[in-house]
Write a protein that binds this ligand. Structure first.
Ligand code: PMP
Length: 398
């Protein structure tokens, strides 16, 4: 490649390094809940989204492998579902999720595909998307694509429902707008706080142009009696027009889904570009997702345990003097400064724990944090050690 062109990008990398925002891959060796990085010491993994411990459950893998009939479950779908990539297992699993949620289901290759594809498909110049300020990058990208069709996009302050209500009143009365999509997450990926879905539904009832779009990526498998997410916990499954989820976290697999009206499912099959133009998931992967999901439905006891230990960690952070917005298994230790956060991550590592130091642009300026991801399979001793090291890190900070 031309030296002058390369130098331009190399300079950009140098800027990222100077701002402590440079990213690189590590060589990670996994042993159940523990990892070692670049051949280093064993660390308890507090950065994984395997919230229910299903991805590292070897007995579960063995059990699944015994059920696999290779002729029915290939390792590749070899085309989009609209060509020849639609295998029986896709329809079977969608049907099963439809029975559970009570509405139609459509599977996708990932949560990212879902968000980046559904939003633009639903929108046109007479639609406005009103989204929480902290929604995930995949929804932001979905909104950017939607904006190319003339869709208006508006953000409200994180969890500020009174501000959202005012925006809804405004666009409900706007003759240039026919549809309003309110887009949010149920459990926010960086703060771990939970949206009051019942309050959102009440707002929707007063505004008949509104469709609710809720990303449950961090809640599926973790919340609700059967693990169907916060929509189940708040008893509003029927009222959320688009419940989107991802299988790469508690469901220990790969893929995404939307629960919606059957007409909307049909519409998405006909209009959603990441579904139409991308190779479908491997059938064996869908079978594994279905297998894990069928176990998760019955794991309410583990969900309760995860909730209790998450509350203990959040309470420890608050006692040590930091505000903690979390009401879930994602518990941030918000330290503010980039360097201070990197130092805290290094301290944790010395004590045998690995947690991500999350910095801008992933989180707003001056909100750098350690992001602790807890899991239902943490032992009591491990939890006690986590509580101790977290207090130590906060007290040691300048
Ligand atoms: N939504 C949210 C809230 C997420 O946190 C993520 C992944 N971090 C996604 C969607 C994307 O899901 P996937 O990893 O399946 O692409």
């Amino acid at each position: 490649m031309n030296e002058r062109l390369l130098a331009y990008y190399d300079d950009k990398l140098a800027t990222l390094k100077s701002k402590h925002n440079y990213r690189s891959f590590a060589n990670i060796n996994h042993r159940k809940r523990y990892i070692s990085i670049d051949g280093g010491e064993r660390l308890l993994n507090l950065a994984s989204n395997d919230y229910m411990g299903m991805a590292r459950d070897e007995a579960l893998h063995d059990e699944f492998m015994q059920t696999v009939e290779h002729d029915k479950l290939p390792f590749a779908s070899s085309s989009s579902r609209l060509l020849t990539g639609n295998f029986e297992i896709f329809d079977e699993f969608e049907w099963q999720l439809q029975q559970l949620f009570g509405r139609a289901c459509l599977l996708f290759n990932s949560g990212y595909h879902a968000n980046v594809g559904i939003l633009p498909a639903l929108c046109d110049g007479r639609t406005v998307i009103i989204a929480d300020k902290l929604v995930h990058a995949s929804m932001i990208d979905g909104m950017r694509l939607a904006a190319q069709n003339g869709t208006k996009t508006v953000r409200y302050q994180h969890q500020n429902l009174p501000q959202l209500a005012k925006l809804l009143d405004k666009y409900q009365q706007d003759d240039g707008i026919d549809r309003i999509i309110v887009a949010t997450e149920s459990i926010f990926s960086m703060d771990g706080d939970v949206t009051d879905l019942a309050a959102l539904v009440r707002l929707k009832r007063c505004h008949d142009k509104v469709m609710l779009y809720v990303d449950e990526a961090h809640a599926v498998g973790v919340r609700g009696e059967r693990g169907l997410g916060c929509a189940e916990e708040f008893a509003v499954i029927d009222e959320i027009d688009f419940i989107v989820g991802a299988f790469g976290k508690a469901v220990a697999s790969m893929g995404g889904y939307v629960i919606c009206h059957k007409i909307m499912r049909e519409f998405l099959i006909n209009t959603m570009r990441p579904l139409i133009f991308s190779t479908a998931l491997p059938p064996v992967c869908v079978a594994w997702t279905q297998f894990v999901f069928s176990k998760l439905i019955h794991m309410n006891h583990e969900r309760q345990k995860l909730m209790t230990l998450s509350q203990q960690v959040a309470a420890t952070i608050r006692r040590a003097g930091l505000p903690c917005p979390s009401a879930s298994q994602i518990v941030p230790v918000i330290l503010g400064d980039n360097q201070r956060t990197l130092d805290a991550a290094a301290m944790l590592r010395q004590a045998g724990f690995y947690a991500m130091a999350v910095r801008p642009p992933t989180v707003p300026q001056n909100q750098s944090r350690l992001r602790l991801c807890l899991s239902a399979d943490l032992g009591q001793q491990e939890l006690d050690d986590v509580l101790q090291v977290v207090s130590g890190v906060i007290n040691a900070a300048p």
